[in-house]
Design a protein around this ligand. Structure first.
Ligand code: HEC
Ligand code: HEC
Length: 448
């Protein structure tokens, strides 16, 4: 088993510019190298699976690959004979295989089964079934204490767009998280109370419901925890929650809506936060060309976008999915990606919250669905365009000690860089225009 592991780790798949992942020949090689004796013609590791199946028609391999059940194949590849119903001779490959290698093996198994049963091999070299883990659920988990209801969501929506939430009654959550701007603000850094410049870019709140941790530095865990931050912050909405409660008390429609949404609970900052969080959990985008492709629409992405996706996923090319991982394009982790600013102590990111040296200057991996709508980029808005972002990753970072171990200078051609950018454009969801509640946004407005 130790030997097997070594083989897998040492194996470096060949790469060439024209290759599209997952490459079944890589899978075939892995299969042979790992000596899956039972599936060879002679039972001794010679020949390989394709010829062997008719000789061993009852093996689990046949069963699993006939159904093409990716999860089952994956399970067998990983755990081998330790699974019930699988021969104990079947070696487990463990978790050492890289994701692209696993996909290659699965693709190889599928392909030979198709050949074996006389079915033509699928035309597209990329099979969406191999990327199933990227499918975003339709709903995010909700905390026990704040189950979503239609009333709660409707109330949260009103609050999110209501400028009464700021001291001068001129800034709402939507001022910085504007649905017309990809739920961000189009600015390098946010602008708050009386024009105060914030130090970081406003992230989009699209799919933030799936975040395991909130903010660039992860200082809040849940959406509920987060709401209080901008309301009280002197540079953002600068409003004392007590005054906010007074304002709400002057609005009969809010009194009624709170009573209906949170019966038995007071109308205060906690219920405000819950309602807003319930609303934010409805801002889920999962209908991009990429998502449609995952759903089996092979024509949803262009050839260039498919090639770009390959670059994105492949550890030997873009090496992006290692951090922007399935299903929400984030590992919910913190990395210093070596921006110039990340070599100074101006903003030490996660380190301020958790002072361990590995996260000095590290920021949370942002979700990048809809990313084409939310320029400029990075926590400090230092990249104006997606092509600037890609240029940064190609340049490689200055080798300061804190740069994430997952960062490496990537070597991709201009064509691959352009394909990669096209793929990032394929992440924008096709959504019906969002109908936001309308309020007047000047002090002393008619709203109260
Ligand atoms: C003045 C601009 C501004 C306003 C107003 C504002 N935000 Fe933000 N928001 C930001 C910025 C900037 C960040 C990131 C700050 C950081 O990480 O340090 C952020 C972060 C967030 C996040 C975390 C997203 C993620 O992926 O980590 C959520 C959720 C959010 N805001 C929701 C809200 C809500 C709800 C309101 C209204 C109560 C609001 N914001 C008001 C600018 C603003
Ligand atoms: C080591 C983990 C890691 C790798 C590898 C990585 N990213 Fe990132 N990415 C991040 C982090 C962390 C940020 C935010 C950094 C910051 O602002 O300080 C980020 C930011 C971005 C942004 C800006 C998003 C926004 O809303 O501001 C884009 C776009 C992006 N990455 C795309 C890519 C692409 C394309 C690749 C592959 C070429 C890639 N990333 C590789 C972790 C990573």
């Amino acid at each position: 088993m130790v030997q097997l592991t070594l083989l897998v780790v040492l194996f470096v798949p060949p790469t060439s510019a024209s290759e599209t992942a997952p490459d079944p020949s890589v899978g075939a090689q892995l299969f042979r190298d790992n000596g899956v004796l039972c599936h060879s013609k002679l039972g001794m590791g010679e020949g390989y699976l394709a010829m062997a199946i008719p000789d061993y028609p009852t093996t689990n391999l046949v069963n699993t690959s006939n159904t093409g059940d990716r999860d089952r194949i994956l399970e067998v590849v990983r755990y081998g004979g330790s699974l019930t119903g699988i021969s104990t001779y079947m070696p487990p490959w463990g978790d050492e295989l890289r994701p692209s290698e696993i996909r290659s093996v699965i693709r190889f198994i599928r392909r030979i089964r198709k050949q074996d049963s006389g079915t033509a091999v699928a035309g597209s070299p990329m099979d969406s079934a191999d990327y199933r883990e990227w499918r975003l659920p339709t709903q995010a988990d909700e905390p026990e204490y704040n189950r979503s209801t239609a009333e709660r969501v409707a109330l949260g929506k009103q609050l999110f767009f209501d400028p009464m939430m700021s001291k001068d009654r001129d800034i709402s959550c939507a001022s910085c998280h504007d649905p017309a701007k990809g739920w961000s603000d189009g600015l390098a850094v946010g602008v708050g109370h009386r024009g105060a410049l914030l130090t970081r870019a406003s992230p989009s709140i699209i799919n933030s419901a799936f975040n395991k941790i909130q903010m660039w530095d992860g200082r809040f865990r849940t959406l509920e925890d987060q709401v209080r931050g901008p309301i009280e912050s002197p540079t953002e909405m600068n409003l004392d929650p007590a005054i906010l409660e007074e304002r709400l008390n002057e609005r009969p429609e809010y009194i009624a809506a709170f009573a209906q949404s949170y019966p038995g609970e007071p109308m205060n900052i906690d219920t405000i936060a819950k309602a807003i969080a319930a609303f934010e959990r409805t801002v889920i985008h999962r209908n991009s060309p990429f998502d449609q492709w995952l759903d089996g629409d092979t024509a949803a992405m262009s050839e260039a976008q498919l090639r770009g996706m390959d670059v994105f996923m492949d550890e030997d090319k873009g090496h992006c999915a290692v951090c922007h991982s399935a299903p929400n394009f984030t590992d919910n982790g913190f990395h210093n990606v070596g921006l110039d600013q990340q070599t100074t102590d101006e903003d030490v990111g996660r380190y301020k919250i958790k002072p361990i040296k590995e996260v000095w200057g590290a920021f949370k991996t942002p979700i990048i669905r809809d990313v084409a709508l939310t320029a400029p980029y990075f926590h400090d808005g230092s990249a104006a365009t997606l092509s600037d972002v890609i240029a940064h990753y190609r340049k490689g970072s200055s080798p300061v000690e804190q740069v994430s171990l997952n960062m490496k200078a990537i070597t991709i051609s201009d064509q691959e860089a352009s394909d990669l950018e096209q793929f990032l454009h394929a992440l924008t969801s096709e959504e019906a225009p969002f109908e936001a509640p309308v309020y007047q946004t000047f002090a002393g407005s008619a709203v109260d």
